[in-house]
Design a protein around this ligand. Structure first.
Ligand code: BV8
Length: 234
C-alpha cells in the first residue's frame, strides 16, 4: 500500500452500530422512534424545547453506557502505530471515539455530553439532565441552554479546521455514513479534488458512490481492523 502523510477519517452512525447504537436512517426516518422534525431541527427545538431536552436527556443515558467496538479500536491502533497525522471528523454525537482513546476528534454535529448557552455561547460538559430551567453557569441566564447538538438548519461546528484538513489530506476514509446529510456528504468531493485517495467502508454502496476510489463492503468492526493491519504491514 502507498505511504500516506495526512489521513482524514469521516465517521457516521454506522461505526457505532456494532456498539448497539441505532443508526439514523435505518428506521424509516425516525430517530430513536421520534420524528426527525420534532427532535433534530432548530424549528422543533423552538416549538417544544422541553420535548427536545427530554429526548436528549434520555439518549444520554443510552450513549453513556455504550462501549467502543473493534472499528474504534482499529483507529486507535492506526493513530498509535502509523507514522502520519490522522484526524477524525465525526457526525456522531456519541463519545465512542473518545472512549476508544482516539485523538484529534472533531464533532461537526455536536456532542451528547455538552449543552450550549444561547445567550452567551458558553459550552457545558455534562451527561446530566439539561432542561428549560437550567441556569447557564457563566451568564446565569435561566432556560437558555440547548443540547450542543447541530440540528438540521444549523451550521456545523469545527468547519474551519475541517476545510483545512480536507485540503491537506492524501487519504480520506469514510466509515459508516449514508452520505445523505450535507455538508458532511460533500467532504469526499473536496478531499478528492485536492488529490486524496478515497475509500468508503459501508455495508452497501451509498449515494456518494462515484467519489470513492475503493469500496470496502462489510461491517466496519471487521473491515477496518483488517484494513489497518494491511496499512501497518509495510
Ligand atoms: C447546514 C444531529 C447550513 C442530531 C444531525 C433545506 C433546508 C435546510 C438545510 C438543508 C436543506 N436541504 C439540505 C439541507 C442541508 C441539511 C441536510 O443535509 N439535509 C438532508 C437530510 C438532505 N443539513 C443541515 O441542515 C446541516 N446544516 O447545512 O447548515 C444551512 C443552514 C441553514 C439553512 C440551510 C443550510 C446540519 C446537518 C446536521 C444535522 N444533525 N444530527 C443527532 O445526531 O441526534 S444529522 C444526523 O445524520 C446524525 O448526525 C448522523 O450522524 C448524520 C448522518 O447520518 P449517518 O451518520 O450517515 O447515519 P445513517 O443512519 O444515515 O447511515 C448509517 C450508514 O452506516 C448506512 O449507510 C449504513 O449502511 C452504514 N452501516 C450500518 N451499520 C454499519 C454500517 N457501516 C459499516 N459497518 C456497520 N456495522
Amino acid at each position: 500500500m502507498k505511504k500516506y502523510k495526512n489521513i482524514v477519517i469521516l465517521t457516521g452512525a454506522g461505526i457505532s452500530a456494532e456498539s448497539g447504537l441505532a443508526t439514523f436512517r435505518a428506521s424509516n426516518g425516525l430517530w430513536n422512534n421520534h420524528k426527525v422534525d420534532d427532535v433534530a431541527t432548530i424549528e422543533g427545538f423552538a416549538r417544544n424545547p422541553k420535548y427536545v431536552h427530554d429526548f436528549y436527556n434520555e439518549l444520554k443515558v443510552e450513549l453513556k453506557k455504550a462501549k467502543p467496538n473493534a472499528a474504534h479500536l482499529a483507529i486507535t491502533k492506526l493513530q498509535n502505530e502509523y507514522p502520519a497525522e490522522i484526524n477524525i471528523i465525526t457526525q456522531n454525537v456519541d463519545t465512542l471515539h473518545e472512549k476508544a482513546k482516539n485523538k484529534n476528534v472533531y464533532h461537526i454535529h455536536g456532542q451528547i455530553n455538552q449543552a450550549v448557552c444561547l445567550n452567551c455561547g458558553h459550552v457545558v460538559e455534562t451527561f446530566g439532565n439539561v432542561g428549560v430551567h437550567t441556569i447557564c453557569p457563566k451568564c446565569n441566564e435561566i432556560g437558555r441552554m440547548k443540547p450542543n447538538i447541530v440540528f438540521f438548519g444549523e451550521n456545523l461546528l469545527c468547519m474551519d479546521k475541517v476545510e483545512y484538513l480536507l485540503r491537506k489530506c492524501d487519504l480520506f476514509l469514510s466509515i459508516g455514513t449514508s452520505g445523505v446529510v450535507f455538508p458532511a456528504a460533500s467532504f469526499v468531493q473536496t478531499a478528492k479534488y485536492y488529490g486524496a485517495d478515497t475509500y468508503e467502508f459501508n455495508l452497501e454502496n451509498t449515494s456518494n458512490n462515484f467519489f470513492f476510489d475503493k469500496h470496502i463492503v462489510g461491517p466496519a468492526g471487521t473491515t477496518l481492523p483488517a484494513f489497518v493491519s494491511e496499512m501497518l504491514k509495510d
